[in-house]
Design a binder for this molecule. Structure first.
Ligand code: CA
Length: 231
């Protein structure tokens, strides 16, 4: 997928990694998740280690501290850094910000808050454009959560946007109704049943496509299997 911003997530709690990876991928990020400071040091000092657009670092790692990783990254680049901190760890939080971190997020956090804070960090930095282009003059800027068609804003509801992101995570692939339901239900916290999914796909399609018979389809129904985003 073109231009997906790359996040390095360093966190030793497997449950947090699982939830975060899923949410961030739905948001259009490419996620590399590592569980130890040693692995992260290796990734950051690898030849393409400067290629990350954002580092999301747990401070308390089994073999070291996220703070040291921030220091290491800062020696090499100006990549945005966001810390995941234990809620009572004020001293390390202050130290992290002194080291030049862009933000910190205290555990436990709400996924949606974390997603919007990361978008804000990337927006402030002005880099890491997460723009994806689709047929029909559609442009999706995943760091700004903006969708345009031939330059004009397309207004999507939160659920329609989540649905679009679910498609964007697997461009050109058939997604089953179950996969789509899982994606929009889990992330949004709203209950969507099989019938309403049909309605949401229809609405999203109407907003993205021209409605002209010769216009290229953007979301195709694959009978008996699900839907596919055309790329
Ligand atoms: Ca930890």
């Amino acid at each position: 997928m073109p231009n997906r911003p790359r996040i390095l997530l360093v966190e030793d709690d497997a449950a947090i990694v699982q939830g975060l990876r899923y949410a961030l991928e739905q948001d259009g990020f490419a996620v590399t998740a590592l569980g130890t400071a040693a692995q992260a040091r290796a990734a950051l000092t690898a030849p393409d280690g400067a290629g990350f657009d954002l580092l999301l670092l747990d401070i308390g790692l089994p073999d070291g501290s996220g703070l040291a990783l921030c220091r290491l990254a800062r020696q090499q680049s100006d990549v945005p850094v966001v810390f995941l901190t234990a809620c009572d760890d004020e001293a390390n939080t202050v130290l992290g910000l002194d080291l030049g971190a862009d933000d910190y997020i205290a555990k436990p956090f709400r996924l949606r808050e974390l997603q919007s804070r990361l978008r804000a960090v990337l927006r402030r930095r002005g880099g890491a454009g997460g723009a994806v282009t689709l047929p029909g003059g559609i442009r999706v800027d995943t760091t700004r959560a903006e969708v345009t068609k031939n330059g004009a804003t397309v207004y999507l509801s939160a659920l329609e946007y989540r649905l679009l992101l679910a498609f964007l995570a697997h461009p050109g692939q058939v997604l089953s109704r179950g996969q789509l339901l899982g994606a929009i239900w889990d992330a949004g916290g709203d209950y969507v049943n099989d019938n309403t999914l049909t309605v949401y796909v229809k609405r999203l399609r109407a907003k993205l496509e021209d409605g002209k018979s010769d216009a290229p389809p953007i979301i195709t129904t694959v009978r008996g299997l699900g839907y596919r985003l055309e790329v």
